[in-house]
Design a binder for this molecule. Sequence first.
Ligand SMILES: Nc1ncnc2c1ncn2[C@@H]1O[C@H](COP(=O)(O)OP(=O)(O)OP(=O)(O)O)[C@@H](O)[C@H]1O
Length: 499
Amino acid sequence: MEDKVVLSVSNITKTFGIVKALNQVSIDFRSGEIHGLIGENGSGKSTMASVITGVYRAEDGTMALDGQPYQPESVLDAAGQGICMIVQEMGTIDGISVAANVFAGKENLFAHLGIVRKKEMIRAAQNILDEIGASDIRAENPIGGESFENRKIVEIARAMYEDVKVMIVDETTTALSQKGREILYRLMSRLKDEGKTIIFISHDLDELTQLCDSVTILRDGNFVRDLKKEEITPDVMRKHMVGRDVQDDYYRTDQQKALTDQVVLEVEHVSSSLLKDISLNLKKGEILGIGGLTDCGMHELGKVIFGIQAPKKGNVYAGEKRIRIRNPRTAIHQKIGYVSKNRDQESIMKLSNIRDNICLPSYDKIKKGCYVSPKAEETLAGRESNKLSIKMSSLDQLCIQLSGGNKQKVALAKWLGNDSDLLILDCPTRGIDVGVKAAIYQLMNQYKQSGKSILMISEELQELIGMSDRILILKEGALSGTFDRSPDLTENDLIQYMI
Ligand SMILES: Nc1ncnc2c1ncn2[C@@H]1O[C@H](COP(=O)(O)OP(=O)(O)OP(=O)(O)O)[C@@H](O)[C@H]1O
């Protein structure tokens, strides 16, 4: 690692109304390093990334790039100066092709007499996708048809083509499966070898320990401390993030299976574009884990069960009366809740406030006649946001103004507040910090103990093993393995059935 400071931020302060997202924060980022930026949800990491990339202007403080004053006017201005970012949520442009996304803003490379030569652009984009190991994504296809993960990989492909000095990777890995992660890690290591700087925002302490050359910890918008490579361990990071010692045993320790044999959900011979003849059942008081590679169909299965996507064949039934789930409305009537992996597009209403988001599925429950009292809304939203320690200025705050992890908490709170009997949770702890992760697992366990059921779709093998009573593995759309809860179960046992 070279020791040249490439980017230096000094005494940066940024406020949003009464929230001080960053308070006099100073950090030096050096060339040839992967520099972790960590902290609990809402500690100011993405705000710092946004100040550096010209999304926001700090009220106070200065920045220097290669020793010269640096004050980007916009994201484009920052990109022009070699500062780029892979964002937390969807960073691709709808309505155009994969190739056009890879070369967004650089169409001139393929222009001849004012006309973009599309075939050439597609060929060049496909070469990049092939090079990074993502040949299954076809450059000529519309981006709209691609999965959330593939769209993230397209963003990474775009980043490969940027002439960067500093690349910010904001909580991207939780959107990716192992394959996507490996593509991202390869990009990061290539940039590092070329002497570039990577600012890496993540909640995964093992990943941070493995990858980072240095780490800066933020808490409530304040700088806490810098860690050098030899000081970076999960325990040290956890302690400084939270401000006290925190245990790392988040998961259930009991070996109890489903509480009863009563079936509350039946999936019968379901086939769809990705799924092949899936049959399963979920019992009362059971946490059923569903795992596999990201394109194995497990995310689609969640959508089919909640009725967002109609299966080509087969049916889904819920409850003792075996009510057929035809759409989300029937699912909600059957007291089923669903948290999608695609949080901003499918789980929350970003432009509505926290109160409305949390209360939305519960209006039938809290209305008196045809009237919903503001007090009832306040009570419900206040109670559920407290349970998950949502960091907000008030319940009136718009969800778009929340940090990523706090948006995820809103997505969970609305279904917990609805007294759902059955939750479909797709990647439930995505973007959630270490402290709250433990609280969510505890809530899941309490939920189970009270006789409710959870179908948890997850790409985190430890999470599946640690929380599930039973695990089903999907491979290429079909069920490939079933495992009962056991202290002897290992990640390798599951992986064999995934690939
Ligand atoms: N546009 C905005 N308007 C109002 N408040 C905002 C806005 N953006 C961020 N905030 C607030 O600033 C604080 C810091 O948020 P930020 O997104 O930087 O946190 P973070 O550390 O990236 O969290 P996470 O790990 O959850 O992604 C939070 O309290 C958040 O609600």
